[in-house]
Write a protein that binds this ligand. Structure first.
Ligand SMILES: [Fe+2]
Length: 323
């Protein structure tokens, strides 16, 4: 587990300024959360109407830089933004999904020492993998009826239509382009649209991040899958093995943003990873008390929260201000 950047929270000031320091640190977490929200706002027009953008290539590069910067500053908040089951997520599903896939790719890039240039290519590919169907994905997240023939065809061809669209918009980065074109191919040849078996490594990484993010996202008629179940399903998918293991190692079974049940019977939201993947820091609900969920304290995590509706009653910012 990589060291969290929440160093301020670990210093445990012993002087009279303790409350003030904790408050400042919590405010910083909320500010970082709001930067993710602002990034999603910036991405909306870029991903929904890319041809209307004056400088698509420049703007998407800036957004990718923001993803990498936010992950360097506070990976826990990026993960929290993806995992916390905020019900509003459905209404801009495709934009958030692209941003969260890019966020996971930034984490993988750090973990695998890809370096800034290669990580930036992966992050930009994650942001734009579904560029030709961004609007359709929002419709589908809210649609309970079966796919129409036209919708099915758009989905089946979107890796290559997105690849072509990116070229039209001026993208020349080969890794970025290949990763988008191959992001639904699978090593066993059962992917689409070309049924390739020899895949670019970056496409492999994007597919794994894409599948994981999609599993934990809410859709109409169903809530997102609790993270531990999504993690175990990722492990069971042989084709997702290599990067799936990286994601699970990076996030743990109960990552920040996850609603959990403690041995005490209380519900809580995970706010920070610790060096022990089984004992993250949590904020209890509805008391908003922060503690580390260790076995020794009797407050260890026994599973995903049985009542996921906490996310409708508690905002992310309310949890983070107490973190
Ligand atoms: Fe896709």
């Amino acid at each position: 587990m990589q060291a969290s950047s929440f160093a301020l929270l670990d210093e445990h000031p012993t002087t009279a300024n303790r409350d003030e320091s904790a408050f400042a640190a919590s405010n910083k977490l909320v500010a970082l959360w709001r930067q993710w929200q602002a990034l999603a706002d910036d991405l909306m027009p870029l991903l929904l109407t890319p041809r209307a953008c004056h400088d698509f290539l420049g703007d998407i590069t800036v957004c990718a830089g923001t993803v990498m910067s936010l992950i360097r500053q506070a990976p826990d908040i990026g993960i929290f933004h993806m995992v916390f089951p905020n019900p509003d997520k459905m209404h801009r599903y495709s934009v958030l999904h692209a941003m969260h896939t890019a966020m996971l790719l930034a984490l993988i890039g750090q973990r695998k020492d890809w370096g800034d240039k290669r990580t930036a290519s992966a992050v930009k590919a994650g942001l734009t993998m579904n560029l030709s169907i961004t609007n359709l994905q929002i419709d589908l997240a809210l649609q309970s009826a079966p796919l129409t023939t036209a919708q099915r065809e758009a989905i089946d061809t979107h890796p290559l239509t997105s690849w072509k669209l990116l070229q039209d918009l001026g993208v020349q980065d080969e890794e970025w382009l290949i990763a988008v074109a191959q992001h639904h191919e699978q090593p066993d040849g059962k992917g689409y649209p070309q049924g390739l078996t020899d895949l670019h490594q970056m496409a492999d990484a994007i597919r794994t991040c894409d599948v994981f993010g999609a599993k934990i996202s809410p859709r109409i008629g169903r809530t997102g899958m609790p993270t531990p179940r999504a993690a175990s399903e990722i492990f069971r998918q042989r084709s997702a093995g290599y990067f799936g293991a990286t994601i699970i190692r990076e996030l743990g079974l109960y990552p920040p943003g996850c609603l959990v049940e403690l041995a005490t019977g209380h519900h809580a939201v995970v706010v920070k990873r610790s060096c022990d993947p089984n004992a993250p820091d949590v904020v209890t609900l509805p008391a908003f008390e922060r503690c580390r969920a260790t076995q020794g304290s009797g407050r260890h995590i026994v599973g995903a929260a049985s009542d996921q509706s906490w996310a409708e009653r508690v905002s992310a910012e309310q949890a983070l201000i107490h973190a």
